[in-house]
Write a protein that binds this ligand. Structure first.
Ligand code: GLU
Length: 307
């Protein structure tokens, strides 16, 4: 299914979709991708595709994800960016922060963090600050026991982002991890570096990531980037009103095809769920582009009964 959206200028700002290739996309992920595309295109942005393959990679998943996105009519500008190709970019940003004294080495295990008393007024679950002010001697001692993760030395405890659907959203910011102790750049760091490097100024994704946005936007400002505008869109839930998962039945393009639901019908279902088509109406991405209006988006989760 092709679409004939005019390509935005290569200097235009961009929106993006950034799947993790840990398995096949389900209809909820596809719906988020459609929304990211429509938000970008309706605001004359480029639409970029980024594969977040720093961890949890399942062989073949990336190829199937991209094929499924194309099958419902999504197109994107330029080559697909792979995070695994960008270690140098992440290292140089982390190195810059380390050199500025904006980070500290952390030797805590998950258990130690959970067991440590949090400072009064600190948000529940936030990093308790255990390794923030280690002396050189203490740090040397700890280095002999465990490799260090690198955390941002945060100067705030909360940060406010602008979200098209959630307006001003303020959330917790702690000394979050920039590089894990196995040397892998952390998701929060990679997202911020990639979005800035590729001109992304609009981030549309599932609202399960709303609470990550303040950390990411704060890190962006620490790095001298302007934080993007966000749109955290409602998730798709199963018949029990829990987050849709693959075990819920026929939820991927492949599962649905086996049941006789072709890609065109998948797009039609997604469109109907967004109030952009009547039930069963065949639509193209171009039709959706003409009908799309952010302010008319349903604000409640879509309940998808795959049973
Ligand atoms: N890779 C993340 C996911 O698949 C999305 C990250 C983002 O959009 O910032 O949930």
């Amino acid at each position: 299914m092709a679409n004939d959206f005019a390509p935005a200028s290569r200097f235009a700002p961009a929106g993006r979709f950034a799947p993790s290739p840990s398995g096949d996309l389900h209809i909820g992920n596809l719906r988020t991708a459609v929304l990211a595309f429509l938000f970008a295109r309706s605001s004359d942005r480029r639409f970029l595709m980024r594969v977040e393959d720093l961890d949890r990679v399942r062989p073949g998943a990336q190829e199937r994800q991209l094929a499924d996105l194309a099958s419902i009519g999504l197109t994107w500008d330029g080559p697909v960016l792979q995070q695994s190709d960008r270690y140098d970019a992440y290292s140089s940003v982390i190195g810059g922060l380390v050199a500025e004294g904006d980070t500290f080495e952390c030797f805590c295990t998950r258990r130690e963090i959970l067991d440590a008393p949090t400072a009064p007024h600190a948000p529940q679950g936030s990093y308790p600050g255990t390794c923030r002010d280690l002396t050189d001697a203490e740090r040397d001692e700890r280095r002999r026991t465990r490799p260090a993760a690198i955390r941002l030395r945060s100067e705030v405890t909360s940060f406010t982002v602008t979200d098209i659907l959630h307006r001003e959203f303020t959330g917790d910011v702690d000394d979050f991890v920039l590089q894990r102790n196995d040397g892998t750049p952390a998701y929060n760091l990679a997202v911020v570096v990639d979005d800035a490097a590729s001109g992304v100024d609009q981030v549309v994704r599932g609202d399960d990531l709303l609470t990550s946005a303040p950390r990411q936007a704060y890190l962006a400002t620490r790095l001298g980037y302007s934080p993007p505008e966000y749109a955290h869109v409602p998730m798709v839930l199963n018949a029990d009103h829990k987050r849709l998962a693959k075990r819920d039945g026929a939820v991927t393009v492949a599962d649905l095809a086996e049941q006789g639901v072709d890609a065109e019908s998948v797009l039609s279902m997604i469109a109907a769920s967004l109030g952009l088509a009547d039930d069963g109406e065949k639509v193209t991405m171009n039709d959706l582009g003409e009908r799309f209006s952010p302010s008319a988006l349903p604000r409640d989760p879509w309940i998808f009964d795959a049973g």
